[in-house]
Design a protein around this ligand. Structure first.
Ligand code: AAO
Length: 484
């Protein structure tokens, strides 16, 4: 369950938060496939409660009302079409699976596909679930439970969301049926939402009943779905991520927290020389890595002081480090612009999501940020693909916030997070030649629109990164996007 089954040479996925299936299908064909992206985490595809009383917030999608594939993102036919087109473009689909719970209690009770709920009786006829399918007696997780009481964290409700009992055979089978339906439609894996709130033994039973990936979508025979479990573990709680790594991969929240701190100048970049398990991070192959996610970019979930698109220069620095560094399986965030932390995606007055528009410079409009379309970000996806499995080598630092390193003989990257310029001749490890920096610009025919770097026969090159430049990163590699 720890292999993403990316198409060959691909390494990185992006969370297209609240995107519609038709838009994702187009994005796979026109941008993500050609640019070397490996996969997409999609918003939950199963029917959720439509919460009009809160102006259709983003978080209504974390309130399941049935497993029918009907949401604001689209219906089952659109879903199937998206998966087919993305797999054909070499881009895998990973589903955000909400299997810990159903909705909370609200005054309104109709879902995005017309299913209803009878909250007082724990009734979800669209599945169907009834009172016996939930944990009993009824209780709600309190903040201090995380420090003392694993049984309460797993058997009580997460903020009032009706808590399914995955120890119940009927419940397990409904969940397995839902996930297998998605596998049959060609998805490559799952994010397991709120995994901390489910018993590892129950999750193991569910995972082991999942089908192999669908060979008609290009997966090798016998391939198991990629599973990464959302377990927030910053230390100090009774439940540890280590209870989940024997099952499948885990979201590593310490990763983005530490890199946000460093690129926010709360810690010197030079200390990153041994970033990875030496910092208390999971083993690399177990670790789904990211800077921000849809929760902590807006103050939900864990964290605080997480870098996001709102601090663009620092954020792009942290993202470049994530993508240049060999540790983990990286995931990028692709956001819609927000000021109100509860607000849903761009939508019209009927609640329909408004598609992103694409500007002439490849960026998005209509309220969508599309970090994955920022040159400094997609260029580093190509860098990571080019670097492959090569080890980190030739670490250099100035004793403070200027660092540089190589990836085998494939890539070289430098960072300047000081208040003064970086001007050094450094060992790049690359073959002699001329390269375009893929951060300040790109290759255009036989020219560079940004900086040009000349690597000598000894592998050394003069590197310049001004403190006041638009970006704090310089990156060159042996792929066709950089080598002249
Ligand atoms: C909404 C409303 C609620 C309402 C509820 C029911 O906001 O007012 O009661 O509906 O009707 C999302 C939103 C929720 C939303 C929910 C359903 O974030 O606001 O509730 O949809 O619509 C815990 C879980 C973690 C979860 C996170 C948000 O462990 O799994 O809370 N994340 C996922 C999704 C998320 C979604 C759900 C789960 C539910 O990614 O989008 O919720 O499907 C500690 C614990 C964490 C815990 C946090 C927050 O974290 O460790 O496990 O996360 O507390 O309760 C420091 C600590 C850190 C600590 C943190 C916060 O950073 O180091 O450990 O402080 O205290």
């Amino acid at each position: 369950y720890k292999n993403p089954h990316y198409a060959s040479g691909r390494t990185t996925m992006v969370h297209l938060f609240e995107w519609k299936w038709d838009d994702i299908a187009r994005e796979c064909e026109t941008f993500l496939g050609p640019r070397g992206y490996g996969g997409i985490q999609i918003s939950p595809p199963n029917e959720n409660l439509a919460i009009w009383s809160r102006q259709r917030p983003w978080w209504e999608r974390y309130q399941p009302i049935s497993y029918r594939l009907v949401t604001r993102s689209g219906n089952e036919q659109q879903f199937a079409n998206m998966v087919r087109k993305c797999n054909d473009a070499g881009v895998r689909i990973y589903v955000d699976a909400i299997i810990n719970h159903m909705t909370g209690t609200w005054n309104e009770n109709t879902g995005t596909g017309g299913s209803t709920a009878d909250f007082g009786n724990w009734g979800y006829p669209g599945v169907p679930y009834g009172r016996n399918d939930f944990n009993w007696p009824h209780c709600v997780i309190q903040g201090h439970d995380y420090g003392c009481c694993a049984d309460r964290v797993r058997n009580c409700e997460l903020s009032g969301l009706k808590d399914l009992n995955q120890g119940n055979e009927y419940v397990r089978q409904q969940i397995v049926n839902y996930m297998n339906h998605l596998i049959n439609l060609g998805v490559a894996g799952f994010r397991i939402d709120a995994a901390k709130h489910m018993w590892p033994g129950d999750l193991r039973v569910i995972y082991d009943r999942l089908h192999n990936l669908n060979t008609a979508h290009g997966f090798p025979s016998g391939a198991r779905p990629y599973i990464y479990q959302e377990v927030i573990d910053l230390g100090g709680e009774v439940i540890s991520r280590d209870e989940y790594t024997p099952l499948a991969a885990v979201t590593e929240f310490k990763f983005g927290m530490e890199l946000s701190r460093a690129f926010n100048r709360g810690n010197q970049l030079r200390w990153l020389h041994n970033f990875g398990p030496a910092w208390g991070l999971l083993a690399s192959g177990d670790s789904l890595t990211f800077i921000d996610n849809h929760d902590n970019q807006r103050g939900h979930g864990a964290g605080g002081n997480i870098l996001t698109y709102k601090n663009a220069k620092q954020y792009k620095g942290a993202i470049a480090f994530m993508l240049a560094h060999p540790y983990g399986w990286p995931q990028l965030m692709s956001s819609f612009d927000f000021h109100d932390t509860e607000a849903g995606p761009p939508m019209d007055s009927s609640g329909n999501i408004i598609s992103p528009s694409i500007n002439s410079d490849q960026s998005c409009g209509n309220g969508w940020i599309c970090e994955h379309r920022w040159r400094q970000i997609y260029s580093m996806v190509a860098f990571r693909n080019q670097a492959g499995n090569s080890a980190l080598s030739n670490w250099w630092d100035n004793g403070g916030n200027q660092i540089a390193f190589c990836r085998g003989n494939a890539g070289f990257v430098a960072f300047n997070n000081e208040y003064w310029d970086l001007n050094e001749t450094l060992q790049t490890c690359l073959p002699a030649g001329t390269y375009c920096d893929v951060i300040s610009g790109e290759k255009s025919g036989s020219n560079c629109t940004g900086k040009r770097v000349t690597v000598g026969g000894d592998g050394r090159a003069h590197i310049s990164l001004g403190a006041n430049e638009f970006d704090m990163v310089l990156a060159i590699h042996t792929g066709p996007e950089s080598r002249l």
